[in-house]
Each structure stands twice: as structure tokens, then as C-alpha cells.
Design a protein around this ligand. Sequence first.
Ligand SMILES: Cc1cc2nc3c(=O)[nH]c(=O)nc-3n(C[C@H](O)[C@H](O)[C@H](O)COP(=O)(O)OP(=O)(O)OC[C@H]3O[C@@H](n4cnc5c(N)ncnc54)[C@H](O)[C@@H]3O)c2cc1C
Length: 436
Amino acid sequence: MTLSIPQSWGRCPASQPRQVLFCHDRQTLSLPAQPLTCLPFGNGRSYGDVGLNNGGALLLGRGLDRFIAFDPASGILRAEAGVLLAEILALVVPQGWFLAVTPGTQFVTLGGAVANDVHGKNHHVTGSFGEQVLAFELLRSDGQRLLCTPTHNGDWFRATVGGLGLTGLISWVEIQLQRIANPWIVAENRRFASLDEFLALNDDYEARYPYIVSWIDCAARGRALGRGIYMAGMHAPPGVLKSTPPERLALTVPFTPPLSPVNALSVRLFNQLYYHLPRPARGLTPYQPFFYPLDNLLEWNRMYGRRGFFQYQCVIPITEARAALSEILDRIATSGQGSMLAVLKRFGERSSGGLLSFPRPGITLALDFPNRGPGTLKLLEQLDAVTRQAGGAVYPAKDARMSGASFRQYYPQWNTFSRYIDPRFSSSFWRRVMAD
Ligand SMILES: Cc1cc2nc3c(=O)[nH]c(=O)nc-3n(C[C@H](O)[C@H](O)[C@H](O)COP(=O)(O)OP(=O)(O)OC[C@H]3O[C@@H](n4cnc5c(N)ncnc54)[C@H](O)[C@@H]3O)c2cc1C
């Protein structure tokens, strides 16, 4: 059997672990021989290097794949940390339950969702993933097994939620699910012509819908800067439609092209078409295409070619959002380096539970950039300068290049957090942001 080397979703930076250990037994933590450090690896859906440990060992967590308990009366589920959100949905949706928070792919492990304190389209209602976590167990390299809840070992809980896998191996997680009446989504689409219109729409849509996200045309400039499509949804009420949503056939991008077909011209053309495409203002849709539009195109990250790609996700405080996002979008459009995949969303007025959690009140923008070497890195550094100046932050789960100085400004609690790092654990991300 040949095994491919675990990589990040953006496929850059290249990373070569010295050892890969498989975790199957939730009672024990397998450690590499000294002096190698180790890092848990979930399902590799982080874009940059938070899940990489170049020159060290990776603890592959997918083998921790058993459900432990599910109470269909209360919606409390306990499962090993390598279970995928997709596997949880397959179990609980037919029983009238749904994840209280889900990111934009269901191919994420429970452990990875906790370690990045991931967020979803309903942040303004439910907050981030950590808020749904009732308990987990943390295995430390000194043999300790810490049961953590928001109140029991609460400091370990807050360090590990959003803790980037550095505080130890999470062996199992217990979460609270939300009740749903049926698996269909009532969805509404609305085109907006500018960033100002997007900002004006939020209050109205957030009052009416729990799920909200917008696609934006990152190639648009001038008066069209920030134009896009507002997409809102809610779980359909009982009785609207009883049938199970149909299984969707997945396609796979079969190989990695030597050069990326994503370029200034293809992005401009695609975005023009996508923006003007006629779409129903309101309708019913199965939950999968609503929450996970990219999951049906397996290995879509190959489209960015052999050099891979970067994602940039920042959050800007509301008071600064208009000016800072205009500048960021203008720089991206002028550079011609963005991609078709660009989203905008307002985070709610909630504080996240982890010392290093990314979600905080403000507008978050996320988009992909094909890796074109120094030119791309220079552009991302310019975007960082705007984000820093505006008092915002960049998301580590999506990052492969932010400077240590930026990281420490975005995450002022990094020093408190570092006291909880397991001495045998490390990551390429952490060494990078601590180096300068
Ligand atoms: C298409 C797509 C859409 C996405 N949409 C969103 C979104 O809407 N919101 C959002 O927040 N994120 C989003 N993401 C990012 C993704 O949700 C996170 O990066 C997530 O953490 C990946 O989980 P994973 O299981 O693949 O873990 P990995 O990426 O393999 O690892 C992530 C981190 O978790 C740690 N870790 C993994 N398992 C354990 C464990 N058992 N114990 C301790 N630490 C562990 C790792 O060390 C690493 O630091 C998206 C990613 C993709 C590809």
C-alpha cells in the first residue's frame, strides 16, 4: 500500500514530516521517538501550515472514528475526534438533528473543528464551534488525560478550543446538536451592486435568517466594487417537504494541471457570468448544496496547479469595515490575482471561547489566490497592512505566510496560550509565527 504524504488543502508550503503515526486507540497517545515533536492531523482541510509539522511527526487522527454515544432526545452526541462532520450528519439528520455550527465543508474532523474553533453561516446566532462543545478529553505527552468542559479544567478548555492542535491530542468530543424539522433549506438569493449595499442588507437579513453568506465578485472595480450575491437560508418548517434530499453524484478533478487555469481573464469572465446568472429569489434546496457547495467537486484544490494556492481570510471591525474592505478589494481587483471563490459575511457580536479563536465582531472576507510566488506574497502582505491598521485579524486555519508580528497583534493572548502548549507538540505554523 502506498501512502501519500499528508498535505494542507492549499498544497503550499510543501512539507515533509519525518514520521507519521496512526491513532486508533483513544486511551493512549503514541509519541514519536525523542527529539521529534508531533502534531495531530485531522482531515487536511486547513489551507496553510497549522496542520503541518515539517521535519517532525504527524499523529493521523482519522483512525479515531467511532461514535461513543448519541441521545436522540437531547441531541447530545459524543464521538471520537477523527469522526467527520459528514459522518455525524449521516447519522443525525434522519433523526431530526443537525450540527449547531458547520464550516463550508463537511469533510472536517471533530478534532479539527475544535482546534480551529471553526465558524459557519450562522455565527450571528450561535457563535463558533467551541460554543457547541460540552466536553472533550485531552491526551498529554506526560500521560495525563484531562477531561475538559467550560467549567471543569476551563483554562485547558479555552486553550484547546482554537488551540491549533498544540495543547495535546483531543481523543473525543461531546457536542450539542440543534433540532430541525426537516432536512430542506428555504433559501433566498439577492444580488447587491456594491459594498455599501451589502453593508445595508445585513440587519434585515440577519433578523430573518439564521444562515447568511455572500459571494462577491473580486474582479469588479469602481462603482461595482464589492458587488455580489447575498444568500440566506433557514431550515424548512415541518411538513413543507417530507422526502429525503437526493444523493448527489460527486465529481473529481482527476489530475493537477502544470499551470492553473485560474487567471485574471478566467476569473473576470466567470464572475461576470455568475453575477448576472438568473437565479430564483426564493426556493427550497437540500442542505448539502446550501452548506457545502464545493464538496461535490472532490479534490477541487488541484485546479490551482502544482504550485498550490493561498487563502486569505480576515475580519475587520464594523466601524472600519467600509474603508478597509474597499481598499482590500480594490488592491485585489487591480492586481488581477483573486479567484472565483470569494465570500463576505458579518460575524455577530459574540466573543469566542478560545484564547486564539479567530471569530470576533466585524465583517469577514475570505478568498483564494493562486500561488504566483513573490508577487502573491507581496499582495498578501499589503492586505495584511490594511487589516492590521484597521484592528482586524487573519485566520490561522487559512494562513501560510503571515508574519509573527502580525500574528501577535491579531492574537494578543498568544503569550497566555503558549503556557498550555504540550512540550512534545509543535507545528510549522507555530515555529513560523514565533520565529521573528
Ligand atoms: C472548502 C472548505 C471550506 C471551509 N469553510 C470553512 C468555514 O466556513 N469556516 C471555518 O471556520 N473554516 C472553514 N474551512 C477550514 C476548515 O474548516 C478548518 O481548517 C478545519 O479545522 C479543518 O479540519 P480538519 O479535520 O481537516 O483538520 P486539519 O486541517 O487536518 O487540522 C486542523 C488543526 O486541527 C488540529 N487537530 C486535528 N485533529 C486534532 C485532534 N484530534 N486533537 C487536537 N488537534 C487536532 C491540527 O493539529 C491542526 O492544527 C474550510 C475548508 C475548506 C477546504
